[in-house]
Design a binder for this molecule. Structure first.
Ligand code: FAD
Length: 383
């Protein structure tokens, strides 16, 4: 049974935008994937091309060089990449960094960075996690120390940073006043080009997401001007991080459902072709039941994600609901992609096959952007 891929939030203009995004993805991104997986990053050129093709900052206002759309445009881009397991171009993190600027930056900061991010000239990253601080961000030790002239010196290290190797602009979570706990946290904007004291460490060797550059970052007395403080006011970092959580978590939910849809379709085509014991695998009752379970799960996920997309566009998606969508869809993605591998037998475990790559990539969805356990903490606190 084919899935119903209609989105409740789409319209003819968005369908046209989707067609152009899909064309770019299949002609420009997909052909470079094998090489990007080998190299561990997609390179700068494809980011510039993606910018020129209108895939970056799709929901940032035109006044700041963006596409002038809303979250639905952003969702289209994520879906077309995720359903093809093209995770190297980490547009989610880039968009989240752009939204920190849009929502909390000064007008000068927005004008300085957003147009270049929309063009793919500056790739964005967000550096929260440290070797000693993941889920518990209160434990961040990276320090931004104010100097007598108002500038800052940043010292510390970050790990697991998506786009860390290619990034030109990193939003760094720092302590500006360690005695103040959460209130002593600030977000600093660090430009990486010719940045004395900044160093990219290892590009980390991950289980999946092979084409995405996930890196260690080191800041050794990095000197930044006063204007590098996001929004110009110290101590706002935690508030800024928390207020953008619905956007971040929904991006992950959108990716999860699109990945499940792509995996299901590839599996359906495979089991209809593949023969065993004189008939197509698709004809076994077990296969039909598994497909039925998966189609049901994906349909439930699609309905929930679509509702959240509409709520976000209306400015009504709260953090608890966004945490629910992240929790449910990423857990479902794990179950569905695992079943797809099983139905494809040994071929499902091969990196050569879409489903094999999705299987390795899916695992991290339950960990980054807040683990499933942290999602349950957040949801339970809101009950
Ligand atoms: C591929 C990849 C990309 C990433 N990209 C980025 C990025 O771009 N920027 C960035 O800043 N970080 C990034 N991360 C880091 C990611 O967000 C963290 O790994 C994640 O938040 C978990 O932190 P941790 O690894 O330190 O695990 P820990 O916090 O040490 O957690 C370990 C386990 O303990 C559980 N746990 C922790 N606290 C609780 C609690 N209160 N109750 C119940 N269980 C709990 C967790 O759920 C988990 O199961 C990335 C990680 C990976 C692997």
């Amino acid at each position: 049974m084919p899935l119903n891929l209609t989105r409740s939030w789409s319209d003819p203009d968005l369908d046209l935008y989707r067609a152009s995004v899909a064309r770019f993805v299949t002609t420009e991104v997909e052909p470079g994937e094998t090489e990007a997986r080998r190299r561990g990053n997609v390179g700068h050129e494809i980011w510039r091309k993606a910018g020129a093709a209108g895939l970056l900052c799709a929901d940032i206002p035109e006044a700041y060089g963006g596409g002038g759309g809303d979250f639905r445009h952003e969702a289209v881009v994520h879906e077309e990449l995720a359903r093809r397991a093209l995770v190297g171009l980490s547009i989610g993190v880039h968009s989240i960094a752009a939204h920190y600027l849009l929502n909390h930056g000064t007008d000068e900061q927005k004008r300085k960075y957003l147009p270049r991010m929309a063009q793919g000239e500056l790739i964005g990253a967000i550096a929260m996690t440290e070797p000693g601080a993941g889920s518990d961000l209160q434990g961040v030790r990276t320090r931004a120390e104010k100097q007598s002239d108002g500038s800052y010196r940043i010292s510390g290290s970050k790990t697991f940073i998506s786009n860390g190797y290619l990034a030109g602009l990193i939003v760094v979570v720092c302590k500006t006043d360690p005695s103040q706990g959460a209130r002593g946290t600030s977000l600093m904007l660090v430009e990486t080009q010719d940045c004395a004291g900044f160093r990219v460490g290892r590009v980390l060797d991950k289980v999946g997401m092979k084409s995405q550059d996930t890196s260690e970052l080191f800041f050794d007395g990095v000197h930044v001007p006063a204007e590098a403080l996001l929004g110009g006011v110290e101590g706002q970092g935690f508030f800024e991080l928390m207020s953008d959580l619905p956007y971040e978590r929904l991006i992950i939910g959108v990716d999860s459902v699109a990945c499940m849809e792509g995996a299901y379709e590839a599996t359906l085509a495979y089991v209809r072709e593949r023969k065993a014991f004189g008939k197509a695998i698709a004809e076994f009752q077990n296969t039909r039941f598994k497909l039925a379970e998966m189609a049901t799960e994906i349909t439930v996920g699609r309905a929930f994600v679509d509702r959240c997309v509409e709520a976000l566009v209306a400015g009504k998606l709260d953090t608890a609901t966004a945490s629910m969508v992240k929790l449910w869809t990423t857990e479902a993605q794990g179950r569905v992609v695992d079943e797809c591998v099983q139905l494809m037998g040994g071929y499902g475990y091969m990196n050569e096959y879409l489903v094999g790559r999705m299987y390795a990539d899916a695992r991290i969805q339950r960990i980054y952007g807040g683990t499933s356990e942290i999602m349950k903490e957040v949801i339970s606190r809101a009950l």
